[in-house]
Design a protein around this ligand. Structure first.
Ligand SMILES: [Zn+2]
Length: 495
């Protein structure tokens, strides 16, 4: 029976975030090996689930080896990266030979000494298995896609949705193309096109223009004869690397020119729309006031500057402070604050506490805010999301978690791990009905939509400062390409 290895390291690295990401961060998130991968992912909607399901569907053996992931955060420490790659390669070597390899990556990982960490992994795997063994590569839509990744992989498939609700079917598609390659039914050739353009995070929702039309172009390309796959990378702007920006990918059965033409066609059509790539967000006080006065509640405020899914600390107090100052009631927000959780647990359920919450990681996300409230709930912070939400994960762990009802009618969810706002189960599991609140803060930009859109009367993107601010002019880039639109508005393409 055909045997395929499934493994990978998935990380989105915010090179502007404070602090390195060490091996311990991956351990805390749970390094999964063998059957642990099956238990965590088989019933999920994530990439590994798509790989595993390919086993039954195509009558092949999928062997899950190891999977490393952790929440988006700062630069991966060199020793952590070397240790991770060493295990990936050792397992591939010891458990082989393989008919093919399936890699579950994110595509925007940056390690100390390895600015294209995903390209490094793919090329080392390629060197190990040799030129003939097909390698499938599944990547997030936010990959800063590199030629090195493409050169190492046989087939690369990107998510097509943001919020990411389709990692599983995309991985299944990748696995299918790899199985067909092993059987000699197809000969995939890939082409990458990288116009010098960045699309702002505010405009990355695939349910609206311009991304909706740009994704529709991939459908048009897929209707061309012999086309196996087509994708668009939105890119991840908080990584200071040469590949930062959009990328267009086409995979054709046997014809490099057809792949190249398709990738260029998509890239040129997107380039022509670059004037639509900047977007708009609402100033902080205006957003709170709009939410207080809105005819219908709840109003969901996207905390763009503290986008945990983009690598921010998760303890911004900018919106909380403004809500207090403006006297907003019915306010609901989560804040990463392990010491405040510990103090609340020490006080106990139903006791009144006065705490300075949030704003403790650095000085870019507001100062700690003093609140007085009653500890309503103490939980272990674990919850389960059965439906496809951003990223497709099923099991979550926010660490010890506390619900605090404050004297000014704010509900604060204090967590011990950073937890992106991508599942309402995070709230339901601790007894909160967000539908009944007036203002809900979601720490993210696009990702929370899959969960929050169904209950939101209105969604506002708020121009909060922070390490994931939408205002990219606040960052000092050393390694990005130049010229690059919109930093250099007169950037030209094709060159
Ligand atoms: Zn993403």
């Amino acid at each position: 029976m055909m045997r395929l290895a499934a493994l990978g390291m998935s990380h989105e690295t915010n090179t502007f975030a404070r602090g390195a990401t060490g091996y311990a961060a991956f351990e805390r998130s749970g390094i999964l090996r063998g059957d642990e991968i099956v238990r965590a992912y088989r019933e999920s909607h994530a990439t590994m689930a798509g790989y595993l399901e390919a086993g039954d569907r195509h009558g092949v053996e999928i062997v899950p080896l190891v999977f490393f992931r952790t929440e988006p955060s700062g630069l991966i420490a060199r020793d952590a990266f070397e240790r991770i790659v060493e295990e990936l390669l050792r397992l591939l070597r010891d458990r082989g030979p393989w008919d093919a390899v399936l890699l579950a990556q994110h595509g925007a990982a940056v390690a100390d000494g390895y600015p294209d960490a995903d390209g490094e992994i793919v090329s080392r795997v390629r060197a190990l298995v040799g030129p003939k063994i097909p390698i499938g590569l599944s990547l997030d839509l936010h990959t800063n896609l590199s030629q090195r990744m493409i050169d190492g992989a046989t087939v690369t498939v990107l998510y097509r949705t943001n919020p990411h609700v389709d990692p599983r079917p995309r991985a299944a598609e990748c696995a299918e193309l790899i199985v067909r390659s092993v059987r000699g039914e197809i000969r995939p050739v890939q082409a990458l096109e990288t116009p010098p353009v960045v699309i702002n995070i505010l405009q990355q929702y695939t349910g609206a223009e311009p991304m909706h039309g740009i994704m529709a172009d991939t459908d048009a390309v897929l209707r061309r004869p012999g086309m196996l796959s087509a994708g668009v990378a939105e890119g991840y702007p908080y990584a200071d690397v040469a590949e930062m920006g959009m990328a267009f990918l086409a995979v054709h059965d046997g014809d490099p020119a057809a792949a190249r033409d398709a990738a260029r066609w998509m890239a040129r059509r997107a380039w022509d729309r670059r004037g639509e790539f900047q977007g708009h967000s609402v100033p902080v006080e205006e957003a709170i006031t709009l939410a207080m006065e809105a005819p219908k509640a709840p109003v969901v405020l996207m905390d763009v500057g503290d986008n945990i899914g983009g690598g921010s600390p998760g303890d911004s107090t900018i919106l909380l402070a403004a809500a207090k100052t403006l006297g907003a009631r019915g306010f609901l927000a989560s804040v990463y604050d392990p010491p405040a959780v510990a103090a609340s647990i020490a006080a106990g359920v139903r006791s009144q506490v006065t705490l300075a919450v949030g704003g403790k990681t650095d000085d870019r996300h507001g100062a700690p805010v003093e609140v007085t409230g009653t500890v309503r709930t103490i939980s272990d912070g674990r919850f389960e999301e059965p439906t496809p939400r951003h990223g497709g994960q099923r099991f979550f762990d926010a660490g010890p978690t506390v619900v605090l009802d404050t004297t000014d009618d704010h509900t604060l969810v204090l967590t011990s791990e950073r937890m992106a706002s991508i599942s309402l189960e995070q709230l339901y599991s601790i007894g909160i009905r967000p539908e009944g609140r007036r203002i809900i803060v979601a720490k993210g930009v696009v990702a929370p939509r899959a969960a929050y859109e169904p209950i939101a009367a209105q969604i506002l993107l708020v121009n909060t400062p922070g390490v994931t601010t939408a205002d990219l002019s606040r960052f000092t880039y050393q390694r990005r390409r130049r010229p690059l639109y919109p930093f250099e508005p007169d950037a030209a393409y094709p060159v």
